[in-house]
Design a protein around this ligand. Sequence first.
Ligand SMILES: C[S@@+](CC[C@H](N)C(=O)[O-])C[C@H]1O[C@@H](n2cnc3c(N)ncnc32)[C@H](O)[C@@H]1O
Length: 508
Amino acid sequence: MPDADRWRDGPLDLGDPEAVGALGDVLRSVGYGDETLKKATGARGDFVTPTPNDLPIVLRQLKAGPRLAALVKLLLLNVRVPEAEAREALAPVELERLEAVGLVRRDGGEVIGQVRLVPHENFLYACDLFELEEAGKDPEYVAPVNPSSLSLDMLTVRQPVETLLDIGTGPGFQALRGSRHAEHVVATDLNPRALNYAAFNAQLNRIENVEFRFGSLFEPVAGERFEQVLCNPPYVISPDSEFLYRDSGREGDALCHEVVRQSAEYLEEGGLAQTLVSWVLADGEEWSAPLRRWVEGLGCDAFLFHFKTDKPLDTAAVQRPVLFSHDPAYIAETLDRWLAYYARIGADALGYGAVVLRRRSGAENWVRAEQLAVSRAGVAGDHVVRLFRAQDLLESLESPEAVLDERLVLEKPHTLVQRFELGDGAWGMDDASLSLDEGLGFQGSVDPPTIRLLPLLDGKRTVRDALGEVAESFGMGEPPEHREAFIKAGVPIVTRFVSLGFLTPAEG
Ligand SMILES: C[S@@+](CC[C@H](N)C(=O)[O-])C[C@H]1O[C@@H](n2cnc3c(N)ncnc32)[C@H](O)[C@@H]1O
């Protein structure tokens, strides 16, 4: 069988979509979703995938009715379940059909799951058993939804599009989520096992508008164009080529650079490409410098988001060979090997973040770089759209002062936090910050005039008029030169709040 078609052949049999779809219906009907399973298994955080060490604890605290408990044991925790119990829990789907698919295996009157079925939000995803990762020997290991999947998901713009491309789909997380706002999705991967799981997961979630193609990066879609491109690449920069999902197999950050560069070519005019990236930083280099070079001349506007910068040792210390080993000598050898690699490629630090491109050919393109606190960010697709609009507005102004003629409103929801200190018998404001309670969760410090200004920006007054009122209330309204100087001083502040998406142009 040619490589391009190998994924159709296993490990799961894709020939019984009805049984697989019916299994998905059963699981949803008994509450096999992430919120219920977090409570049932006592899982903390975003995920319900315990490690083998946690398993004995989870089994002892599992709180669920008998049917859900049997399904959790069979399909999430992968412990043996008596056959009669499994049959009853899976009904009306016949055990034999799921065995033929390769999802479960009967053994001496018991049934054991062959994959993990991990719920996230309203979707279910099959991925590999933890043991396969722990053994560390199978480069085609398919990982479950993980923090990087969620980081890209958080940034993904969900405006309706006709075509969406998911590069490196793994078990199909971004592609299946994308199938809700895209008419047609193409999902590619170089790992046939991942593609097989992704296609199975489409059946499990009864999704029919995703097409799966085998191949490296953009090869399977050569010559095509998409309205939206998503990619959570194997971005860990390392000397190893152990796992397809983690190791790019290229030198340094070459793979991320290539994805960003090529994604621009595959975008329709106005389309967005959203890619998670990690990159090499030379000694003393500012975090955005390499990314600015990557996006130069692509015919796209670009938002560069910085999640964090790690020292080489920080990155090496949280990787699988180190985390899973109990052998200090092996850990020491691995760390030294990784550190030597970073020294050789000139990586003084490693940057982590995302690049969002918007194709705008034949124009003078802009690039913006912004620090992001991932822990404060939530569903942020709309906020990303707002950032592009804000930057378009600022770029269209004839001069920075022209922002004074705009009618702006403060986005909701937001929170103002003020800290006061006691001095000379009265409370004095020490500092204050305004944060957006949705989207990217940006935060900015605000001084008393800005606190006074923001509620005055109601979309009816111009920024100039609002600043004039603030000047009056702070005793700066007279003489006119003082008032004008006060208004001008507000320009960079208002511009900054516009560029972060706090202030947006009033409707109409
Ligand atoms: C970090 S995982 C992302 C999985 C999934 N998209 C998600 O967000 O959870 C990276 C994926 O890229 C795939 N991959 C690695 N190298 C690739 C290449 N050269 N071309 C296409 N896919 C590749 C891996 O097999 C893996 O499924």
